[in-house]
Write a protein that binds this ligand. Structure first.
Ligand SMILES: [Fe+2]
Length: 324
């Protein structure tokens, strides 16, 4: 049992866009597994892949959600939205509110129309994890994959695979931000090059730290905008209020060199000056960057470099300290 299970708090420990083998190994030092073959769901994945289209999308079948599932959604939504003020970025909170998704599992088509008008993005339903190339293709074409199934009541505080609550509540609000929306499309467009170059690990770190667990500096202090923490009650509080993790200014190479754990709270969070900073960093030539990074050592999750802009030195007492 790890600390997560003992405390029954975090709702997310993995991302739908990382391979099952990687998740099982627990950190990004693990070998990235090959993507699952089309129409052949990877073993141990929870979703139903038997009705996927060629691009791994499925029909949401909204009418099949039960009253109990809508009730669980409301509970998750209310609990999580209550802790966002003073923790989440203002844009995240405002964009979450504009979707009016508090009353039940939303219809993706309805939100897609709203989102398309705002930033040109759409939501597509998926059964869960999708292969890397399909995932990057969706992002590059401004389609965000949202898992259709919702966790069970007994998983309200702990979930191994991301569900519709993580994907929708955590990710979709930021897609309404024009600059972040452009960033994520630019990120997706980098996928094929990373696959070809054997640099998926470096590109995945950028997603992990800056999409799932990103912080941003504001006039009111640091705020969270990442889907991983903002769909998890305990990590929302931990990422900003706990003395244990480092909080370090964003630098693209630094992030791409930094290992991470997927089965614990983060030991380091990276802080943006603005979403524009992230977008502009993503426009540079990654191929040369990958070549350069190949000669540099990986930075451990808790590492701090002399060159870092440190907002907070973690006190090296980590969430997972082995005491359960
Ligand atoms: Fe995610």
């Amino acid at each position: 049992m790890n600390r997560f299970q003992a405390e029954k708090t975090p709702s997310l420990v993995t991302d739908p866009h990382f391979s099952p083998a990687e998740r099982q190994n627990g950190n990004d030092s693990a070998q990235l597994a090959p993507s699952c073959a089309p129409k052949a769901p990877a073993p141990n994945l929870r979703g139903d892949y038997s009705h996927t289209h060629d691009d791994y999308t499925v029909d949401q079948n909204w009418e099949k959600y039960s009253a109990a599932e809508h009730a669980l959604w409301r509970e998750l939504y209310q609990r999580q939205s209550a802790i966002l003020p003073g923790m989440a970025a203002d844009d995240f909170i405002a964009n979450l509110a504009r979707m009016n998704a508090q009353d039940g599992i939303p219809k993706f088509d309805k939100i897609s129309g709203q989102l398309f008008t705002a930033t040109g993005w759409r939501l597509v339903a998926v059964p869960g994890l999708v292969p890397d190339d399909a995932f990057f293709n969706h992002l590059a074409n401004r389609r965000f994959p949202v898992t259709v199934w919702l966790r069970k009541p007994e998983e309200i505080d702990y979930l191994v695979e991301p569900d519709v609550f993580h994907d929708f509540f955590g990710h979709v609000p930021m897609l309404f931000d024009p600059v972040f929306a452009d960033y994520l499309a630019a990120y997706g467009a980098k996928g094929p090059e990373a696959i070809e170059h054997g640099s998926l690990k470096q590109l995945a770190r950028l997603y992990w730290y800056m999409v799932e667990f990103g912080l941003i500096k504001t006039t009111d202090g640091l705020r969270a905008y990442g889907a991983g923490m903002l769909s998890s009650k305990s990590e929302t509080l931990y990422c900003l209020s706990d003395p244990r993790p480092n909080r370090i200014g964003f630098a693209l190479e630094r992030v791409m060199r930094t290992d991470y754990k997927i089965d614990d709270f983060q030991k380091t969070y990276f802080v943006l000056e603005s979403y524009q900073q992230l977008f502009e960093a993503t426009l540079q030539d990654f191929e040369n960057l990958y070549t350069r990074l190949a000669s540099l050592p990986v930075i451990p999750p808790a590492g701090v470099l002399d060159s870092d802009r440190v907002y907070h030195f973690g006190n090296e007492g980590y969430a997972f300290d082995g005491t359960g």
